[in-house]
Design a protein around this ligand. Structure first.
Ligand code: HEC
Length: 465
């Protein structure tokens, strides 16, 4: 009798559990496919990836999925792109978590978010993935913590067109750009260790993207040390223009606070604050305001910067009779210098800060986090138009800016090339072949249905800025 009741209870539990959305765990063992587990998973499920080597690209288009590596006695699950696969993990669902994975030798990205909100990316080791390491694009409310990334040709952690992001406790080294906050608002970058990159921390506006602004960014309590690696970015890409030897670059972004960092041993300069002319054609997007405004440099520990500056900075410093590069270099173009401020300016060797005032704010203790306590609502898709726009902004705009070369050719160029041939684009992106010798290969979008590819192609032909 007792066992019958127990059986009945168990049966009822199983029957009720799945519609109630209780999370299931799905185990993936060495030799299995992670993608197959994702295909089987329901929202809320946790996919446990056991130690082994996984040679695949995984696409997660469901909500609330966790990909969790299981590390056993120091043995990790490893995703290996063997230098021939493009991306390790692409997600477009909301509430996706990726943790405890080693990801190496992909040509494109290790982990790329395409318009998913409420993402968590943590405890991953990323080694030598071609373009970006961790790349949430166009997502709201994300946490990126405790990852270690090296050997990446563009940015190791690239937060693009996001809102409400915290990037903390990561180590980034031997990359071109360490951590880059781009066309993103409300971001805190704290307690990271950025060393031996070409440049350590970057806060940018890149013109020609659908989101035009970067503001409310705090860089605090980071170690930004010895970022002197020669730039090995793909020739012609934006990041390839960043001079080596810079701790922090703030380009065109507004309301950025730099506080409590240790910035040392960067041979060109500790911090460079500049308008868009630094690396790009300043007039290229009338909607992206090119000047950095309201920058606040609070207390930071800076020493041994500028021992071997690149020629442009060296020439500027010679006008001040210094052979060293500065701790802080500001080149604000036509901007009002007066709305920027600094604490204890006399401590540093500076260039271009003559009119900076003493900051009224002394710290950012009142700003604990920019994450949203209740999460962000899932990105609503009301109609086909929303869906297409989200696809374009979440995927294509990560590499195609309107009138400037980013990773891929400018959208304007592609519009001229294809005129009205949306189907031609839809076919190309299903199985891209190499066209331009001086560009990286474009990753296949074959995971999108023929209809979606056609729609996003039509959208691309109509984009106007
Ligand atoms: C990870 C970066 C990346 C993403 C994402 C991306 N592209 Fe590309 N795309 C490229 C690169 C790089 C090239 C140049 C490839 C070459 O010339 O060999 C390219 C080339 C193209 C071309 C030109 C093909 C030709 O005939 O010359 C088209 C059209 C295109 N992309 C459309 C798209 C669309 C539509 C999307 C979004 C669904 C997209 N791309 C997403 C990187 C990307």
């Amino acid at each position: 009798m007792k066992t019958a009741i127990a059986k009945l209870a168990l049966w009822l539990f199983v029957l009720l559990a799945s519609p109630l959305g209780l999370a299931a765990e799905i185990a993936v063992e060495d030799g299995d496919s992670i993608q197959e587990a994702v295909n089987k998973a329901a929202p809320g499920d946790v996919i446990l990836i056991h130690p082994g080597t996984y040679k695949e690209s995984v696409y997660v288009d469901k909500d609330n999925i966790t990909l969790r590596g299981v590390v056993v006695e120091g043995q990790w699950p490893v995703m290996d792109g063997e230098r021939k696969r493009n991306d390790a993990i692409l997600y477009s669902g909301n509430g996706v978590t990726v943790e405890w994975l080693t990801i190496k030798h992909y040509k494109g990205n290790a982990i790329m978010g395409q318009a998913g909100n409420n993402y968590r990316i943590r405890y991953n080791r990323v080694i030598d993935t071609g373009v970006y390491g961790i790349f949430p694009q166009f997502g709201q409310n994300g946490l990126i913590e405790y990852n270690v990334l090296s050997g990446i040709e563009d940015a190791a952690i690239y937060v693009g067109m996001c809102d409400n992001v915290v990037v903390r406790h990561n180590e980034v080294f031997d990359n071109v750009a360490g951590i880059e906050i781009e066309n993103t608002r409300h971001a805190i970058v704290e307690n990271n260790y950025a060393h031996d990159n070409t440049a350590g921390l970057l806060v940018f506006i890149t013109p020609g993207l659908p989101i035009k602004t970067t503001y409310d960014v705090i860089l605090r309590n980071n170690f930004v040390v010895n970022n002197n690696t020669e730039n090995f970015g793909a020739p012609g890409s934006i990041v390839a223009k960043v001079p080596r030897g810079i701790g922090v670059v703030i380009m065109a972004a507004d309301d950025v606070i730099v506080e409590g960092n240790i910035i040392s041993g960067n041979t060109t300069a500790g911090i460079v604050i500049t308008d868009l002319a630094f690396i790009t054609d300043i007039a290229s997007d009338p909607e992206s305001e090119p000047n950095p405004d309201r920058i606040a440099i609070l207390d930071n520990l800076m020493f041994d910067n500028g021992s071997d500056p690149v020629p442009d900075i060296k020439a500027a410093m010679l006008t001040q009779f210094s052979r060293r590069g500065p701790d802080i270099f500001a080149n604000l173009g036509s901007a009002q210098e007066a709305d920027n401020c600094i604490v204890n300016k006399q401590q540093y060797l500076t260039f271009g800060l003559k009119k900076w005032s003493q900051c009224e704010r002394r710290n950012t203790h009142d700003i604990d986090s920019y994450l949203l306590a209740d999460g962000a609502p899932p990105r609503a898709i009301e109609n086909d138009e929303d869906r297409t726009q989200r696809l374009y902004q979440g995927i294509c705009a990560g590499c195609h800016a309107y009138n400037m070369r980013m990773i891929g050719p400018p959208t304007l160029t592609l519009q001229a090339l294809y005129h009205n041939d949306a189907q031609g684009i839809a076919d190309y992106i299903a199985a891209p072949h190499k066209v331009r010798p001086d560009y990286p290969p474009m990753p296949s979008q074959g995971h999108l249905s023929a209809e979606l590819r056609r729609k996003v192609a039509e959208y691309m032909l109509e984009v106007e800025k």
